[in-house]
Design a protein around this ligand. Sequence first.
Ligand code: GLY
Length: 413
Amino acid sequence: MRILYYIFILFITAFHVGYAQQKAMLHLTSDFIDTQLLAASQQIMLLAEHTPADKFPRTFENGAYKFSSSSWWCSGFYPGTLLYLYEGTGEKKLLRLGLNKLVPLNKEQHNRGTHDLGFMLFCSFGNAWRLSKDSIQYRDVLLTGAESLATRFNPTTKTIRSWDHQPWQYPVIIDNMMNLEFLMELSKISGDNRFRDIAIAHANTTLKNHFRKDFSSYHVLDYDARTGDVIAKKTHQGAFDESAWARGQAWALYGYTMMFRETADQQYLVQANHIAKFILTHPALPSDLIPYWDFDKDKIPSDAKTYANRNLRDVSAAALNASALLELSQYVDANTAESYLQSAETILRNLSAAPYLAPQGSNGGFILKHSVGSIPGNSEVDVPLTYADYYYVEALIRYQRLLQGKPIIASIN
Ligand code: GLY
């Protein structure tokens, strides 16, 4: 399987855009990327100084830190960011800090109460395995974690269940596309096709049910677990049920791009291109390509709740889009590649400056400002968020790899 995967990667990179051709399309310099990575590393050291040994940074709001325990869905992003920054700068202290943070995270491998184990374990232990020499212990954690995630698959709905809480019967959120990478990778590593089959079934069901005709995605679908029928199409963090919540679109873009990488199934590539078009050509997307938290924030129906703070951007969605577009640029023809690269560059340039980049020593040590967790939930609104930092740094690392002529996605072993 692994050999076939490498042949596929070689094929898509060689077939679509050659190295010299791609290099000519890259407008950000190594100096620019290295400067951002260094600045981000210095900034995260401040966050590290304030982070308790058994806690994980969530945000910094009104001058106060908000930390979580390991069971919060974001716990893998901080160690993952440290590890990416180690990869980008070679600074050993970052590696040490990242690996130390895995100790309190270790127990989440047994957590069967969340669909977010990809975020929690793959962003952290996955990167640790890839970057550290001492990887056997990480492999075992990842394998147990994949088993835990697989218990949430229902063969009738053909999806992984997202949340266990009310009022949903069997909720599946578009965000869950992101956890499939964990299963696909663990399938390759362990040779257990069950993980792969589950991920593909989930991606196919989501493809069938979650999208509108314009290729925007609903946030939450509620299923009847006994029949597999869709009962309701709703939002939880978007402006209203029929709106296009910005981070949801970004999860979808990233998720289908990744699923094409992992399967070579053309329908995922077609979907990713449609989603990219929806995002990049949307009339409500500002010219700096940092989206508002919801593409339909100005179209809230009169019978739905309105929000006084609706004119906020969501930097986390922008960072995700940059990282996903960089990868998608590798799988398309030269003209499309160039336009995806340019969009990703615009995002990275803008995120690397005011008002989105925090001045050194401010923002509690978080790298970026102005993300939105949930406006309807009035939670983490216009603040730094650990996952915005993670995907921004990931995009910088991906860009660095392109400049170095390496495959954009580093192999785990
Ligand atoms: N997965 C939760 C969020 O995107 O806010």
